[in-house]
Design a protein around this ligand. Structure first.
Ligand SMILES: NC(=O)c1ccc[n+]([C@@H]2O[C@H](COP(=O)([O-])OP(=O)(O)OC[C@H]3O[C@@H](n4cnc5c(N)ncnc54)[C@H](O)[C@@H]3O)[C@@H](O)[C@H]2O)c1
Length: 271
């Protein structure tokens, strides 16, 4: 496999630490302009066998010209917006980890059309959450009521709208600060709304998925709980995730979710 990776931040670098034993012949990484030198330096702390197979590029033209077989986006919403359609149109399957970007229905439609045009597939990994298999399986039966509760330590909400009205550094009680639809959550809290978006896309859609966001000073990581009531099944999922070292907003399970997509692509079994 020639793996394409967009972004070399927290998820990208953690992922690199896990690729050593996989049958990957080449890796091309798309970084922002001006970031190549720093990325090459950071590669020195990665497994040597992985580093030796890696090339960095800093523009989408060079990235497309490299002709990866399979691309994983680990960069952010603007990367999905700016590069997603071109990659799919070029016929390459794309794993989108910044799934909250798809709350923008115009972007979603553009990417679906690009995937059709390129006969490629946009793959939406579960990321930090689980149970999307049964959720997506039941969705065609309709009438889903899903309530999602996302809890993180106060510092993980820094830089979001709640930080403008609450002093997160001194918060000493559990604070439910947002209630709304998954679409509203994805707009107001884009970097923290990936799980809500994944649940919405797998289940009943952005406008029928109810989201509560919580800051909890006692939380040591990010936890995701949801309850589903549907005509065919009722279930709940409760996941306590360890945050990754490089970014308190990101759960380590997300890195492994991307790894799973790569392993499934390599086969011989996909699960
Ligand atoms: N699906 C999920 O459950 C889930 C969970 C956690 C994070 N995420 C998303 O994954 C993404 C990455 O998370 P992270 O913790 O690695 O973030 P990060 O900020 O540590 O790393 C992102 C990296 O991508 C680079 N980047 C951003 N835009 C780029 C572009 N246009 N071209 C090339 N590189 C670009 C940045 O410079 C940075 O190095 C975020 O969008 C985050 O919201 C999804």
């Amino acid at each position: 496999m020639h793996l394409g990776v967009i972004g070399f931040g927290n998820i990208g670098k953690e992922l690199f630490m896990l690729l050593e034993d996989l049958d990957i012949a080449r890796i091309t990484v798309l970084v922002r302009p001006g970031r190549m030198e720093a990325a090459v330096e950071q590669l020195e702390s990665m497994p040597q066998a992985v580093a030796a197979r890696t090339t960095f590029v800093d523009g989408i033209t060079a990235f497309l010209a490299a002709q990866s077989d399979f691309v994983v986006e680990t960069a952010g919403h603007d990367a999905v917006l700016n590069y997603g359609a071109d990659i799919l149109k070029s016929g390459v399957d794309l794993v989108v980890v910044s799934i909250g970007a798809l709350a923008d229905s115009a972007l979603y439609d553009t990417l679906v059309a690009a995937a059709r045009m390129g006969k490629a597939r946009m793959i939406l990994p579960p990321g930090a959450v689980g149970g999307l298999d049964i959720l997506a399986g039941l969705a065609p039966a309709g009438d889903m009521q899903l309530r999602y509760f996302g809890t993180k330590p106060p510092k993980a909400w820094a830089g979001t709208p709640v930080a403008q009205t609450v002093d997160l550094d001194t918060l000493d009680h559990v604070l439910e600060f947002f209630r709304g639809t998954a679409r509203e959550a994805a707009c107001a809290y884009p970097k923290n709304a990936n799980v809500a978006a994944a649940l919405a896309l797998a289940g009943g859609g952005f406008d029928d998925t109810h989201v509560t966001l919580i800051a909890d000073p006692a939380a040591t990581g990010n936890s995701h709980r949801y309850e589903l009531i549907s005509p065919l099944a009722t279930f709940s999922v409760d996941i306590a995730n360890k945050a990754s070292g490089g970014n308190v907003k990101t759960s380590l399970a997300t890195v492994y979710s991307v790894l799973r997509e790569i392993r499934n692509r390599l086969g011989p079994i996909a699960i």
